[in-house]
Design a protein around this ligand. Structure first.
Ligand code: NI
Ligand code: MN
Length: 227
């Protein structure tokens, strides 16, 4: 399984002949080198309904006939934008797809989509994602605060690689994300959701130094890890 980081919260997993893309915020994301026209996801997994996570989902899914997986409300909303293949789930639920198993975990965050006419569209609970394929589990935490049940997630699911937000302001900051890494007992941790916007400026190497030696892997956008 090849797992690559593409800036902000974009993670791409290649496994079982499929390309799975998490939170494809490409347009307007100055950190990513991904080009919309080159990205051909078979599957898009969304952690929640904020613009910096939905990103280019609708355009990508329509163009590539991608399956979009998200909490039920968000999956329905994406479907209403004309995306044909969606799969709604809820927190705590798992489903075995032909390319891997997806389980949604809690994430302490918001998820309203703010419209131009000053309405907030509720898009279900924000989520984290446990993705398992080829006997390996990748955890994408989404946007979340630190919470103690991350311990439970770590005890019940051996995590080979965890993507944790460190930006602060909207999510955990580095100190809390270091505690999260402990709770989750992940074998490797990649920091995400930092340096995209001024309020979430962080030094990922400082974060890496807070973890046990060898755990943190700071990936530049475009870099990958083979599991
Ligand atoms: Ni968010
Ligand atoms: Mn975000």
């Amino acid at each position: 399984m090849k797992v690559s980081f593409h800036g902000h919260s974009i993670v791409q997993i290649e496994t079982n002949g499929k390309t799975i893309l998490f939170d494809p915020f490409i347009t307007g994301n100055e950190l990513t080198y991904l080009k919309l026209e080159d990205v051909k996801p078979d599957v898009i997994i969304l952690t929640h309904g904020h613009g910096d996570h939905i990103g280019d989902t609708v355009e990508l899914a329509k163009k590539n006939n991608s399956l979009v997986i998200a909490v039920a409300e968000l999956a329905a909303y994406i479907g209403w934008q004309g995306v044909e293949k969606t799969h709604g789930m809820s927190i705590g639920g798992a489903y075995q797809f032909d390319f891997g198993k997806v389980k949604l975990t809690p994430a302490f965050h918001g998820t309203g989509l703010m419209t131009e006419d000053q309405q907030i569209i509720y898009l279900g609970m924000p989520a984290g994602v446990l993705f398992t394929a080829e006997g390996k589990t990748v955890y994408h935490a989404g946007d979340t605060a630190l919470y103690s049940d991350m311990k439970l997630i770590g005890e019940r699911h051996p995590i080979d690689l965890a993507f944790l937000p460190i930006g602060d302001n909207y999510t955990m900051g580095p100190e809390d994300a270091a505690a999260a890494a402990e709770f989750l007992q992940a074998k490797q941790v990649v920091p995400m959701h930092y340096n995209t916007f001024p309020p979430i400026k962080q030094d990922p190497h400082k974060y890496a130094d807070m973890l046990k030696p060898g755990i943190a892997k700071v990936l530049e956008p475009g870099e990958s890890i083979e599991l």
